[in-house]
Every structure is written in C-alpha cells, then in structure tokens.
Design a binder for this molecule. Structure first.
Ligand code: ADP
Ligand code: MG
Length: 312
C-alpha cells in the first residue's frame, strides 16, 4: 500500500457540509459562518510519551481526536474541521483499520469532518489540528474569572491517573474496576455540548489535561486572582474513592488526562443541563495563589504539581 492509497483508503471521504474542498488538494477550502470567529488548536501525541505502544489502535484514534476536541470544548467552540498529520513506522493495514475506526467514530459523533493532513514514514507520532467557531466575543477564555465566582468541574477527576499508576505497577486493580479507569485514560469524552452551553454563562474555562492544580493555576494567572479549592468536594469514582487518601489526592489534584472542563461562574448563574454532572469545587478570591482546604476548612499540605514535559 502506497502513501496515496493509504490516504484514500483510510482518510478520504466525500466533502462534508461547510467544506468546499476536503482531502485531495493542496489546501482544504472551508466556508466560515458569516461573522463567526475561528478557534484553532493543535495537540500532538507521541508514542512512549502520551501513549503506550500496546494501546488498542481504535482507542488511540479516538484519543488523538478527543484531546483536540477537548480544547474546542474548553473555549465553547463549535467544531468545523480537523487535519491529521501522521508519522507511521509502516503501513500496517490492521493497525490503520483500527485507528481510522476510532477516529471516524468520534469525528462523526462530534460532527467534525477531516479536511486534510500529511502522511509520512517515521516513529509513530500523531498531530491533529482542530478548527472551530464561536460568535464574536463569546469564546470562553482563561482570563475572565472574577473575585467571588464559584469554581465548577464537569464529570469526575483522577481515574485516568489511577489507570496510569496501574500500568506503572504502583497500584493493583483488576476486572471491572480496572476497565473503568482504563477507559477514562484511553477513551476520554470531550465536553463539547457543555462548552457550547457555557457561552455567556462561564466567566472563564479550560480543560484539565495536565492536572487540576496546574490547569486551574493557568486560569488564576490569566485572570489575576486566587482561589480556594475544597478537596472533599472533588468528584471521584467509587474506584478512586476506595484508594488510600494520599493516592486519591494525587490523582484528583495532579492527575493529568482528565479532559473535564473547569469553569468559573458568578454565584446563582443558571448552569446548563447537558447530562454531564457539574460539581462546585471552590471559589475565586482576591488573595493570589491556590489554597486547598479539607472538609473543615483547614489547609491541606500536598506538595503536588501538575505535569510538565520538561520538569519531570
Ligand atoms: P502535498 O504534498 O501537496 O502537501 P500531500 O501529498 O501531503 O499533499 O497530501 C495529499 C492530500 O491528502 C492533501 O489534500 C492532504 O491534505 C491529504 N492528506 C495527507 N495525509 C492525510 C491524512 N493523514 N489525513 C487526511 N488527509 C491527508
Ligand atoms: Mg503535504
């Protein structure tokens, strides 16, 4: 199978609505909604760094797109198109079939067409760029949190990190419990509907990719505010809640790969119901810094920080 057969077989489909020219020419030609703003984001997945070589290719296809869609979700964008740049060690049909299946399933479920990309031989590496739209002035940014706002999070935190610790051999989990946390790590669901419903409601938002403490820290820095987080309020699965408290804390506060949305909103704001649980986890304050307190309001010493590619 040559390069162009590969593209045609796995990554080319008839042009979708809003796409004048898709895969097959030098550029894709997209039709913008009049007056809308483009929101653009890229995320790269490198074997050994972001995923294990043993991961199921369908789950990898899903996750490569999911982490990108999560950035659109965090900004409240409507997905419009994506490109896929792929380096593959070899043209392995079985692998490509699985990968494409996971990728297209999420693309179709999210209403986002694949409009182009690049394919080359090399160490396994995936880079997706997503294009989304939002009305002028309505993109959810990190910089809008106000003193007195409440801090909310979607879904549950920490399961993906717990799965990683199982793969690392630090935690023993089996059966249904393991499958649950493994799915959180390998098949995160981008919160697209929630992000769009938060336009005009949330004052700031972002998605948790590197860990709650660090990611929320970006909101605080961009918004020039501080915050207090309630450790006991952080939503967790029964599987995580059964782990020792120190491990729970680590997974909840510093676990990466959650892809839930953290957002701020004024008290009493009408929060959207899109079928995703929302939990209030803290409050924005004028005093700079991020404080974590226990159920009695006492400070929690944790010494945790978020994931950093160049400091770990
Ligand atoms: P060029 O050499 O002009 O940059 P390429 O030969 O790299 O074009 O790609 C041919 C066409 O296939 C282009 O439209 C490109 O966007 C598309 N393409 C290449 N790789 C992929 C891929 N992995 N997924 C989707 N489209 C791809
Ligand atoms: Mg090219």
């Amino acid at each position: 199978m040559g390069e162009f057969d590969l593209i045609r077989r796995f990554f080319q489909r008839p042009a979708a609505a809003g796409v004048e020219v898709g895969v097959g020419d030098d550029c894709a030609v997209l039709v913008p909604t009049p007056g809308a703003r483009w929101l653009v984001s890229s995320d790269m997945l490198v074997e050994g760094r972001h995923f294990l070589s043993t991961v199921d290719p369908a789950r990898l296809g899903h996750k490569a797109l999911a982490v990108n869609l999560s950035d659109l979700a965090a900004c409240g964008a409507t997905p419009r198109g994506f490109t896929l740049a792929l380096a593959l060690p070899r043209a392995d049909e079985a692998w490509l079939t699985g990968f494409a299946q996971g990728l297209w399933a999420l693309a179709d479920a999210s209403g986002i067409p694949l409009v182009g990309g690049d394919t080359t031989q090399g160490p396994l590496n995936l880079c997706i760029t997503v294009f989304g739209e939002a009305p002028p002035g309505q993109a959810l940014l990190r910089s809008g949190a106000k003193v007195g706002d409440e801090i909310w999070v979607s879904g549950r935190l920490g399961d993906a990190r717990l799965a990683l610790e199982v793969f690392r051999g630090r935690v023993a989990l089996a059966g249904e419990a393991f499958e649950q946390v493994r799915a959180a790590m390998e098949r995160p669901m981008p919160r697209l509907a929630l992000g769009q419903a938060l336009r005009g409601v949330a004052t700031a938002a972002l998605d948790i990719s590197d860990g709650l403490l660090g990611d929320l820290g970006h909101v605080l820095t961009a918004s020039r505010v501080g915050a207090t987080l309630e450790l006991a309020a952080l939503p967790r699965s029964e599987v995580l809640a059964a782990q020792p408290p120190a491990l729970q804390q680590e997974c909840l506060l510093a676990g990466g790969d959650d892809y839930e949305l953290v957002f701020t909103a004024p008290p009493g704001a009408r929060l959207p119901d899109v079928g995703v649980p929302l939990t209030r986890i803290g409050r924005i304050e004028a005093e700079p810094g991020l404080r974590v307190v226990d159920a009695r309001g006492e400070p929690v010493a944790h010494g945790l920080r978020s994931f950093d590619h160049f400091q770990s």
